[in-house]
Write a protein that binds this ligand. Structure first.
Ligand code: B12
Length: 443
């Protein structure tokens, strides 16, 4: 069969002011263009599990109007997140109108399979690896079911090497590798791989190394982004992982939590192993806003006193920090914009990411806000961009949140603020280097 793998791709924001801002501010555009060039690791992984008898074409679709004419294929498999799911449904309807079977999987289809079935012939719920071969075989024999769910949790030791060779090499400046799924914490708003795998699990580090090796066969010097939710939550695995990546001699980026700052040994290893930046979810500088976000142990509330020290500890090891803030949390009022500005001005994280609280379907946050009658437009999935407001904040108006985001973005991504933070980062690196040299001389 000829199989078309279609990844919905690109970055979305419907707030026109923010979109206009994105076009003119270096920080925002820099981050936007960098992340927008990432491929669909989910589909490349499924491609690797597809029998050689089949022909595979991989497409990335930012604008569905450009997929015209539709490619010739026996069936199409879509991967999309929530923000682009409606565009994906429109495309699926077009394929079905010309008699092509369509399959959809991914986070959104996993939490709303009945909705997805209105536009697609087959819906795969959860992790794709344990189900994909069966789906392909059933489509080939004309006996596909409507919904496939896996009963067995997938062991990442069985993960195949993603088919990076399906990508056009010149189109990508970063490539992704996943080293684990799930997360032991339960943040109310999290819409990431925890929706696929309730159990936290890690991939054997030899596998991670083999995936990077495969990448290096195509790109001489790839920049690697780990597609994890929290790479170093398991500190034992973290050491083996960092050593394995370090042996590959690549530059890399990942996401983790603030506890990394308590492990200077690991930070030093990361720096030596090519880690250039980590993204950490601070969410808010305000303890009241952090109260209750992490639903198991209120873990995030208990970290807030460490936030300021964490920025310098991380950056003194030569690892740049992308400090992330979620604006509009229930405990935050309009004062949060100044509080974030102060925090950023006083601590100098290399990068800052600001997004608005987003009720993604399938999250505890979505259930709560829906029950409280606070979702402005239920089902407006196109607003699930992390930049558009689709709920009533508890302590400010929707307009205050929207304009606060734009004003804060205008400041944080200004050349002046960006240059100042980067100079601050350089100073912190110099302090760290001097401290280590001094320590060596003294001992
Ligand atoms: C890489 C990435 C991107 C890339 C996506 C490339 C792509 N086309 O996949 C880019 C930069 C384009 C991107 C864009 C956006 N992203 Co993004 N991104 C990520 C990131 C960092 C990693 C995702 C990843 O690679 N996972 C690993 C793969 C293996 O998992 P997977 O895709 O879920 O696939 C598995 C299953 O879902 C399933 N599966 C998936 N597809 C299919 C299809 C079929 C047919 C089958 C059978 C199975 C199947 O099988 C796979 C293997 O088990 C995550 C954060 C994170 N740490 O995970 C955010 C994340 C996915 N992004 C998010 C968001 C919000 C966005 C944007 C809306 C941002 C914006 N403002 O534009 C856009 C929207 C993109 C869209 N298409 O809708 C949210 C999504 C939440 C949600 N539930 O929708 C996440 C979780 C981050 C967050 N803060 O919450 N993103």
């Amino acid at each position: 069969m000829r199989i078309a793998l279609v990844a919905m791709s690109g970055v979305r924001a419907h707030n026109p002011e923010l979109t206009a801002l994105g076009l003119s501010l270096p920080g925002f555009v820099e981050r936007g263009t960098t992340i927008a060039s990432l491929p669909s690791l989910g589909l490349l992984t499924l491609a690797a599990l597809t029998d050689d008898r089949h022909d595979i074409d991989y497409y990335e679709v930012d604008d569905i109007a450009e997929m015209n004419p539709l490619p010739d294929c026996d069936f199409v498999a879509f991967s999309t997140y929530t923000a682009q799911v409606k565009e994906c449904y429109t495309l699926s309807d077009r394929f079905r109108a010309v008699g092509v079977t369509t399959v959809i999987g991914g986070l959104h289809a996993t939490v709303l399979p009945a909705e997805a079935l209105e536009h697609c012939d087959v819906v795969v719920v959860g992790e794709g690896e344990p189900l994909w071969r069966r789906v392909v075989a059933d489509i080939e024999s004309g006996a596909a079911a409507e919904i496939y769910r896996s009963d067995d949790p997938f062991d990442l030791a069985d993960a195949p090497i993603p088919r990076y060779d399906l990508l056009e090499p010149d189109r990508y400046n970063r490539l992704t590798v996943q080293t684990q799924r799930g997360c032991p914490w339960r943040c109310e708003f999290c819409a990431s791989s925890i929706l696929l795998s309730s159990r936290y699990k890690t991939k054997p580090v030899e596998k991670v190394a083999a995936e990077i090796e495969a990448m290096k066969q195509i790109w001489a010097d790839p920049f690697v982004e780990l597609s994890d939710d929290n790479s170093f939550v398991n500190k034992h695995h973290a050491r083996d992982l960092v050593a394995a990546i370090g042996a590959q001699d690549v530059k890399w980026f990942t996401e983790t939590d603030v506890s990394i700052a308590e492990d200077p040994g690991l930070l030093a290893m990361m720096s030596d192993a090519g880690c250039r930046e980590i993204l950490v979810g601070f969410e808010s500088p305000n303890p009241v806003a952090l109260d209750g976000i992490e639903m198991k142990k209120n873990w995030k509330l208990h970290q807030v006193d460490r936030y300021r020290g964490a920025v310098s500890t991380i950056q003194e090891h030569g690892v740049a920090l992308n400090a992330c803030f979620v604006l509009g949390l229930d405990g935050d009022g309009p004062g949060v914009f100044d509080a974030v500005t102060r925090f950023v001005d006083e601590t100098d994280p290399f990068d800052v990411q600001i997004t608005v609280l987003t009720p993604f379907p399938g999250t505890p946050l979505y259930g709560r806000l829906l029950a409280e009658g606070r979702i402005v437009k239920p089902g407006a999935w196109e607003l699930c961009t992390l930049f558009d407001v689709n709920y009533r904040p508890a302590n400010m108006t929707v307009q205050q949140l929207e304009s606060g985001l734009v004003d804060l973005g205008r400041y944080i991504y200004s050349q002046e603020s960006t240059d100042r933070r980067r100079a601050g980062f350089k100073r912190q690196v110099a302090v760290g280097t001097a401290r280590r040299l001094h320590g060596r001389v003294a001992s």
